[in-house]
Design a protein around this ligand. Structure first.
Ligand code: ATP
Ligand code: ZN
Length: 300
């Protein structure tokens, strides 16, 4: 049995938009977890890795204070914590080490429909409702604008209707919530996605090696998402053109076909999605027997 010091603790959002993706990603990296009854901690069965299920806002703090070694959380939360600590004169003791390509959203400024926004100077002497006080303050300072920030812990989008603010600064993905509240996005402060953060405390060789292994597997998992394995037959004469048409592939494997000197089999891993148009172009270039297969795992 590993002592707790040798186990890696990863902080993950308990319930919310990031939860399923975060756990799914770790499971794809080979981790099998048992969910305990209260679900505060999921113990890894096959690796010395445990998941701490917490509110997303607590994740940067837990990692900064070295309660957890790693955390999966939105960049918006990471930046808010980092800038918040900076404003208090201290420093976040975590480093952002990996972008996970899910949980995409942006932290934006929005105003009631019809408000004439012509840049940050339009915010002068206005009231802006937000949960992201530190990021907003930095933005206002950067643009040398004086504005009042009004803290809302949630439901920021109703602030203008309540007469509490002129603008809001909140997360947007599709813009549907804004539109439903008669608001329009006028500026973007931060593009966000889920990221992995790691404590700055030294982990020791064994733990660091395991963290590196998880990150290498994460890399593989993210790469195969879009990747496809493509197989086709091609006339030798068309090989150069066909190679050029294969999207995002490195050196394809070219094999002779039994009893056919004119044609070869071409196999390639394409690191981008393969669309119908690509297949049609390949076919037009002389390719036949085209097959596109999903890639399950990849180790570069
Ligand atoms: P918690 O209870 O953990 O505090 P929460 O309500 O603060 O949960 P969620 O709404 O689950 O958080 O969002 C978690 C993260 O998902 C956000 O911090 C952000 O990084 C990301 N996200 C992606 N799209 C959106 C969106 N449209 N609105 C809000 N967050 C989004
Ligand atoms: Zn939260």
């Amino acid at each position: 049995m590993d002592t707790p010091e040798q186990r890696i603790q990863i902080a993950v959002q308990k319930t919310g938009r990031l939860t399923d993706h975060s756990i799914d990603l770790l499971e794809r990296c080979g981790l099998i977890v048992t969910k305990s009854k209260n679900q505060l901690i999921c113990y890894g069965e096959n690796m010395p890795i445990d998941l701490l299920l917490v509110r997303d806002d607590d994740i940067p703090g837990l990692v900064s204070e070295d309660v957890c070694d790693l955390g999966i959380v939105g960049l918006n939360i990471v930046e808010e914590k980092r800038l918040g600590l900076l404003a208090e004169g201290s420093e976040a003791l975590f480093k952002q080490i990996y972008e996970l390509d899910f949980g995409h959203c942006r932290l934006s400024l929005a105003a009631s429909d019809g408000v004439n926004y012509s840049g940050p100077e339009s915010l002068q002497n206005k009231r802006i409702a937000t949960s992201y006080v530190a990021i907003l303050r930095e933005y206002l300072n950067k643009h040398e604008v004086d504005a009042e920030t009004v803290y809302f812990s949630g439901a920021v989008e109703i602030a203008p209707k309540l007469g509490r603010a002129d603008y809001i600064c909140d997360l947007v993905s599709t813009g549907g919530t804004l539109a439903a509240n008669g608001l329009q996005e006028v500026d973007v402060l931060l593009d966000s996605e889920a990221v992995v953060i790691q404590t700055q405390a030294p982990l020791g060789d064994a733990k660091q090696a395991l963290v590196d292994k998880i990150l290498q597997r994460l890399d593989g998992v993210l790469q195969v998402r879009e990747s496809k394995y493509i197989m086709l037959h091609a006339p030798r004469s068309a090989l150069a053109e066909i190679r050029n048409l294969l999207p995002g592939s490195e050196a394809p494997t070219v094999m002779p076909l039994d009893g056919n000197d004119d044609k070869v089999a071409v196999h390639a891993v394409c690191r981008e999605n393969v669309f119908w148009e690509t297949l049609e172009n390949l076919q037009a270039a002389g390719a036949s027997s085209l097959l596109v297969l999903p890639v399950e795992k990849m180790l570069a």
